[in-house]
Write a protein that binds this ligand. Structure first.
Ligand code: FAD
Length: 317
């Protein structure tokens, strides 16, 4: 079933989880170890992230270096299929622009469609680790909106080669990312919302937000979106702080603020376990308020924190 159908049919706030594919060389069992303990909470859908390849320089025998591409976390399409097969729960495959040509993207979408995976979250992706700015692949997309247009074309039976214009119509339900604290490259929220609206006008069915730790930011983001004419569901994405170091690493990586009261709670915690408890307690309060105020679904960035997730979801749902 499509994400938006889940939302339409629900008479209460749903929940969903987001997981990362395991590191290359690990088994799909790593995914099951994360998901098995979460299945009792009946998530409406499970998202699987996509990771671009990075290049590294490998020393050769003759003292020179080869530029080698490695993808540390391959397997998104396979994991999505495994989830639907094993748990009979809808999976949402993330598809990114970075590192992919349009043709490679089309092939991945065809695989997803054959596998009965009709939910995609379409993203630009971040800059490669070796580069300061996002540089699209030659023959790839520059922004998520271009990816939305490609998927909408396929939903109309239009593939990349002109002679296959009458192709099979895929049936993808399309999610895109939104940023309550604005995307870090945007000069201001208004400009970011203009681009978010472009994604929705191009055919996105719903939005999932970047994580936030202050619900007021989500509520005011939803209001601003509505005022700008964005009327699709906006799913809040949240995650608990589970280690003291995250109060520094999360703002650096995700460009979001940590509220003073949460910093205080983490700083006052006497050990690692107390930090985790403070982070979980904060996330429970955030979740409760989101449910109470009618959020359509809460999307949890699990990041492998199974026990913290269980503690939160048990209290809220
Ligand atoms: P875009 O919508 O393309 O926006 C990027 C920036 O460009 C914004 O500042 C926007 O305002 C601006 N912009 C947009 N369109 C235009 C335009 N036409 N002209 C000029 N400027 C424009 N990353 C991964 O690599 N893999 C994942 O699986 C993944 N999952 C994610 C899931 C969620 C819910 C979220 C919130 C993020 C995820 N990311 C993932 C991170 C995401 O790829 C980055 O945040 C990335 O920097 C932006 O992606 P986007 O899709 O929002 O890009």
């Amino acid at each position: 079933m499509k994400v938006t159908e889940h939302l339409l049919r629900a008479d209460k706030t749903l929940l969903s989880f987001e997981i990362l594919p395991p590191l290359k060389g690990k088994s799909v069992k790593n995914i099951y170890d994360v998901l098995d303990p979460l299945m009792e909470f009946k998530p409406a859908f499970i998202n699987v992230t996509y990771h671009r390849s990075e290049y590294i320089y490998k020393k050769r025998g003759d003292e020179r270096f080869d530029k080698v591409f490695i993808r540390k976390r391959p397997g998104t399409v396979g994991i999505c299929a495994a989830i639907q097969f094993k748990y009979k729960i809808d999976s949402v495959a993330h598809i990114i622009c970075g590192g992919f040509t349009k043709e490679e993207t089309e092939d991945a979408l065809i695989d997803l469609s054959y596998l009965g995976i009709d939910n995609v979250l379409l993203l630009r992706g971040d800059a490669s680790k070796n580069e300061r700015d996002f540089i699209p692949e030659a023959g790839g997309h520059s922004h998520a909106v271009d990816l939305v247009r490609q998927v909408v074309d396929m939903n109309h039976g239009k593939y990349l080669e002109e002679d296959s214009i009458q192709g099979n119509k895929t049936d993808f339900n399309i999610g895109v990312a939104g940023y309550p604290e604005k995307h870090f490259e945007s000069p201001n929220l208004k400009s970011d919302l203009k681009h978010l609206k472009q994604k929705v006008d191009a055919g996105a069915d719903y939005i999932v937000t970047q994580m936030f730790f202050d619900n007021a930011k989500y509520f005011s983001f939803v209001e601003r979106c509505r005022a700008e004419g964005i009327h699709v569901p906006i799913i809040p994405g949240i995650k608990p702080i589970t280690a003291a170091s995250q109060v520094h690493s999360i703002p650096r990586t995700f460009h979001v603020d940590i509220p003073e009261a949460l910093i205080d709670a983490v700083e006052q915690a006497s050990d690692a376990d107390a930090v985790r408890k403070a982070g979980v307690a904060w996330c429970i309060e955030q979740s409760r308020e989101l449910v109470q105020k009618g959020a359509p679904c809460i999307h949890y960035y699990t990041m492998g924190n199974v026990e913290a997730m269980r503690a939160i979801v048990r209290e809220v749902f």
